[in-house]
Design a binder for this molecule. Structure first.
Ligand SMILES: [Zn+2]
Length: 496
């Protein structure tokens, strides 16, 4: 390659000039030549470099290459759009942008930072980038989940998809070039005053990779902040040994409630607290020993914790593993307070899941403190909550089901629905509220559990003993005026 005479293009650069151009030392440049990562030419004994080869080297790597394919006007338009959305949400690019980033290479990073800032400005829980096929062609739907409802904020041009995915993968330390397998990882964020963390996951779909970003609150909320006060949990927290289950469907906030409950305990007792949770969702204050179970599993984590003198152990999430079930019950039996989350949509079946996993009924019954069932519902706007007309037949059904669940609806009870007003932006709802059923293992409930062979038999006994069902508890809240009729109807058991 002795082309010392080139007529077209730029003049050739010397080794010194090339090193300066790439911001590397001369020895690094020699190494790059050795490793054939950079193309150069020999003119006699001197190395010479074409600028286009140096530029090709600078644009190396999948992220740089993807970025090189993004039309800059497209990227600029989306940066402007997000800047406007941040303003609308009461924030600004001053809070999102990194002033040290400039040039084209920094723009995709800036775009992602604005997306994240909008997540917090909107008080959203999740952000999704969904590649989709619309009548206008392929696009990437940018969707935020605010107060539990999905809100599409923008259809981003498909031209940005690859570069966005690569930037998110870089942040989450994922394999950049893998596009056909799910991946996930946490990302810590420090943007100006914002100190937070998100969990990022990618999933291959037929239109390309989909991305989900879920916020991880770094600070555990208090029970008061969650508006969970004056409940049986206060009494459960005083117990020093036994098993408490926090159950609910996905996204019901049960882990958050467990964490807040644990925080209350930490603040009131000098005890040795362990959490065996995967993934770790919160940063607890001092005093909690987080066990990283990734790589060896919850059961092994629980076995190991026994040798570290625990008082309180938080476990998540129970999914039917026999060894884990046995260990939890055994730890409760031997003088520890054990808190677990579990996926369920009622308060009774989780107990039977433990029996199905092989735990002896007597062992479980003797050590249960209670089951807290939680769901999340939209919180009605108090400014426009107004009496709603209810057909007599529907009213009778609500009253019958509530009575069966242990709550008698007064004859003059008024149900309400929000009408929508300026205060709630016409939505009728603002934020979310946690709905509960508490099943407390009193001595009589315990005795009933030990006698009941089926969940149905046990539930009937629990209601006879006066503990309200989930539905009855929500009807009571609606009658008291803190829940909309429409929300209650979502939980009304099917007729017949
Ligand atoms: Zn309102």
């Amino acid at each position: 390659m002795q082309t010392t005479e080139r007529t077209e293009g730029d003049a050739l650069l010397s080794l010194e000039a090339a090193a300066e151009f790439l911001c590397v030392s001369k020895s690094t440049l020699y190494r790059l030549l050795d490793q054939r990562k950079l193309a150069g030419m020999k003119a006699g004994k001197q190395w010479r470099f074409r600028k286009e080869d140096l530029l090709a080297y600078m644009r190396r790597g999948p992220a740089a290459q993807a970025l090189a394919r993004v039309p800059m006007p497209v990227l600029d338009a989306e940066l402007d759009f997000l800047a406007a959305e941040l303003e609308k949400a009461g924030s600004s690019t001053a809070e999102s942008d990194d002033p040290t980033l400039d040039g084209e290479a920094g723009k995709i990073t800036q775009l992602v930072r604005r997306m994240v800032s909008l997540l917090y400005a909107l008080r959203a829980s999740d952000l999704h980038l969904n590649p989709a096929w619309t009548p206008g062609g392929p696009t990437v739907q940018m969707v935020y989940r605010v107060d539990g409802a999905l809100r599409e904020v923008r259809q981003l041009p498909m031209a940005l998809h690859e570069a966005l995915m690569l930037e998110w993968k870089r942040l989450a330390e994922m394999a950049l070039e893998t596009t056909d397998r799910p991946q996930e990882g946490p990302v810590r964020l420090v943007y100006g005053n914002l100190r937070s963390a998100v969990r990022v996951a990618v999933l291959p779909t037929i239109y390309g990779e989909k991305l989900s970003v879920r916020t991880i609150p770094t600070k555990v909320p208090t029970m008061a902040a969650l508006e969970i006060t004056h409940t049986p949990l206060t009494e459960w927290a005083r117990r020093q040994r036994g098993l408490i289950l926090f159950v609910g469907p996905t996204g019901s906030g049960k882990s958050t409630t467990l964490s807040a409950f644990l925080l209350d305990i930490i603040n009131t007792c000098a005890c040795n607290v362990f959490s065996v949770l995967d993934p770790i969702e919160y940063e607890f204050p001092q005093g909690v020993n987080h066990v990283k179970v990734r790589g060896f599993g919850v059961a092994e984590g629980l076995r190991a914790v026994r040798y570290h003198d625990p008082d309180v152990i938080a476990v998540g999430e129970f999914a039917g593993d026999p060894e884990e079930a046995e260990l939890e019950a055994w730890l409760a039996e031997t003088g520890h307070l054990v808190l677990t989350t579990m996926h369920a949509s009622d308060a009774i079946s989780p107990l039977y899941a433990y029996l199905d996993a092989g735990v002896k009924r007597l062992l479980l019954g003797n050590n249960m403190i209670g089951v807290c069932l939680q769901m999340l519902a939209p919180k009605p706007c108090p400014a426009c909550l107004a009496p709603a007309a209810v057909e007599s037949e529907l009213r009778a059904r609500i009253a019958r089901e509530a009575a069966g669940g242990g709550y008698t609806v007064p004859d003059d009870a008024i149900f309400r629905n929000p009408a929508g007003c300026d205060a709630c932006g016409g939505q009728g709802y603002r934020g979310r509220t946690a709905l509960h059923e508490f099943l407390t293992f009193t001595p009589t409930v315990r005795a009933a559990f030990l006698r009941s062979d089926t969940p149905e038999e046990f539930e009937a006994a629990v209601r006879r003993l006066g503990q309200p069902s989930f539905f009855a508890a929500q009807v009571k809240r609606a009658v008291e005026g803190s829940l909309a009729l429409d929300t209650v109807l979502k939980y009304l058991p099917m007729a017949g």
